[in-house]
Design a protein around this ligand. Sequence first.
Ligand SMILES: Cc1cc2nc3c(=O)[nH]c(=O)nc-3n(C[C@H](O)[C@H](O)[C@H](O)COP(=O)(O)OP(=O)(O)OC[C@H]3O[C@@H](n4cnc5c(N)ncnc54)[C@H](O)[C@@H]3O)c2cc1C
Length: 355
Amino acid sequence: MDHIVKPGSKANNSLWAENPSEINLKDTELNNFVDVAIIGGGFSGLWSAYHLKKLSPSLSIAIFEARELGFGASGRNGGWASSDYPVYKSTLYKRHGKERTDFLFASLNNSIDEIGEFARQHAEKTGFVKSGTISFARNEGQVQRLKALIDDDHHWLSSSEVRAKLNVDGALGAIFNPKCATVQPYELLIGLARELIKLGVKIYTNTWASEAPSGVFANSHFVRADKVIRATEVFSNPNREFIPLYSLMVATEPLSEATWSQIGALERFTFSEASHLINYAQRTVDNRLAIGGRGATYPLGSTLKESKEMTSRVHKKPSCIGALMVSNSQRRSIYACLGRRSRNYSRLGTVCTFQ
Ligand SMILES: Cc1cc2nc3c(=O)[nH]c(=O)nc-3n(C[C@H](O)[C@H](O)[C@H](O)COP(=O)(O)OP(=O)(O)OC[C@H]3O[C@@H](n4cnc5c(N)ncnc54)[C@H](O)[C@@H]3O)c2cc1C
């Protein structure tokens, strides 16, 4: 197996991780045996541990993270807790039948409420708010694509209804899904880790692990395990079945209430344009506009490269801002907020994912 994250690579440089809640990850001796060894300290690894502990509290579980918690996309993402699925429901009906598809969507909807409940109890700084998501159309092609999504969970908004929520220039309409939420993802992850520690899960950071027969090697120390869960996302790449792609975000400094009253999004819902090139944003819990999109280039050899994360091209004119109908002076001030501390704010830029 090819491992992309190697010991000694850079620490998490995500904006979300700048003022994190405290977590006590004191150095713990490695046990020689655990029931379940989990490789990777992102959402996949941590939620797996959480649900296993809920199902079977006596399980001994260890999580091994090569860098620090949230080093991967979990600590750097767009903060959308979304019940949407990137395949048309009608396609899923054809492929998997109605019962299984409906079960999938019921589970997706439930998962948002579960995240909300967890955040309320254990991760207050997550700023979880279930205020939905809006995907707006600015040309006829986008209207057609969005209208194909209308169902019980996706309501059509006319252009004036869109404007009442979000001041989009030239909006012809939008799809609104009220069952989605907005979160500060890194705080959610830290809350999850804190809760896992209380439940007796051992978390080892700066511990690079690899699967071995009957266990794992963790920083060259053999730990026997009945089960091993690989939750390393793009960082391990068996047989190059997939390639990691960069996907970047930028965020402004906190914007004034005057600017927000022009932009809208007062309830902090997430929003995107229904364009083919992905382009999305949210109002963060600390009143920034955090914008994400695709279009970053692939670094040869699937390497992590800070120069690819910190490109000035990305933060100069995110198209989402162009779509917002604010006064010219407000628009200039939003761009200025991006430019002034560009290096810091493009640090929300993220490492690889497979989208
Ligand atoms: C810019 C961007 C925006 C996104 N926005 C959203 C969004 O708004 N909503 C949403 O739901 N999803 C979003 N995603 C996708 C989402 O963030 C990822 O699907 C999710 O975080 C993946 O979690 P994970 O735990 O599987 O992987 P990761 O978070 O990548 O975690 C894997 C971890 O494994 C560790 N690791 C790797 N190799 C080893 C090893 N050998 N030993 C020990 N540890 C190792 C890594 O250091 C890493 O911390 C976004 C992704 C990106 C990139």
